[in-house]
Design a binder for this molecule. Structure first.
Ligand SMILES: [Zn+2]
Length: 250
């Protein structure tokens, strides 16, 4: 069966002499993988259209009971060239793609995730602040997939965050200092300002998000909280995070 879909390339590896295995996030069927035969030789059919970060239209061919579908052709919709030209953008973009590859279930459609991914990659390509865009992406993406951490009340006593709260990755939420036992994991403190920014970022229209101007401290607090959060969702650290920290410390 032949089909055609809009997609973002989120990963690709070489296979044999000339083929590629491509992982992409499609508009209606979410994350999928396919083999592109002769991809490294046929410029006519693929051009640069299978490179990570490419927003494209793919022609697909699939047969029942076959694990990998076939990618027949790629036509570029938006080539996000400048992401790959700058180390900090590249590291941020790679972290975003890795999050999508690792957390999205295969073959499950999430059009809102697709639109979020295209939107954030375009802003990154256009020179938006990488730290800010990564936070925004993480906050919205995890929420769309049902992994939204709860930061507005203490998970134990229900008090509101009038002062710094303590984020617990294993519970996906915050505790007030009175409820949090002294031992356990390293503490990640979350200020009321970070909680406020988090809920604004979650609820605001996508095209208005760049109006938010969080401080570097707020972004840093949320970075730590979300590192713990994704560690507990995945049971491992994302590979790109070490690279990202070496490129953009802070
Ligand atoms: Zn409490």
């Amino acid at each position: 069966m032949k089909s055609r879909t809009e997609a973002v390339i989120i990963g690709s590896t070489n296979l044999g002499e000339a083929d590629k295995i491509v992982t992409f996030f499609s508009l209606n069927r979410g994350k999928l993988r396919g083999v592109a035969k002769n991809a490294r030789k046929s410029f006519r059919r693929f051009g640069a259209g299978l490179e990570p970060f490419t927003h494209c239209r793919l022609n697909l061919y699939e047969r029942e009971h076959q694990e990998l579908l076939r990618v027949e052709q790629s036509e570029i919709v938006t080539q996000l060239f400048s992401i790959a030209c700058d180390l900090e953008r590249m590291a941020t973009g790679s972290a975003i793609l890795e999050l999508v590859r690792e957390i999205s279930p295969e073959g499950e459609g999430h059009p809102e995730v697709f639109h979020l991914l295209v939107h954030v990659l375009r802003l990154l390509d256009a020179g938006g602040d990488p730290l800010f865009l990564r936070r925004i992406f993480e906050i919205r993406f995890l929420s769309l997939l049902g992994y939204q951490p709860k930061l507005d009340r203490c998970l134990s006593c229900g008090c509101e965050p009038e002062r710094k709260m303590i984020f617990d990755g294993s519970k996906g939420g915050v505790f007030c200092p009175a409820c949090m036992a002294a031992e356990g994991e390293p503490r990640v403190l979350i200020s009321p300002g970070a909680v406020g920014f988090y809920y604004q970022a979650l609820r605001m229209d996508l095209d208005k998000l760049t109006r938010l101007k969080p401080s570097a401290e707020i972004l840093r607090e949320l970075d730590q909280a979300f590192s713990h959060h994704t560690l507990h969702i995945l049971g491992k650290r994302l590979k790109s995070v070490g690279f990202l920290q070496s490129v953009c410390p802070g």
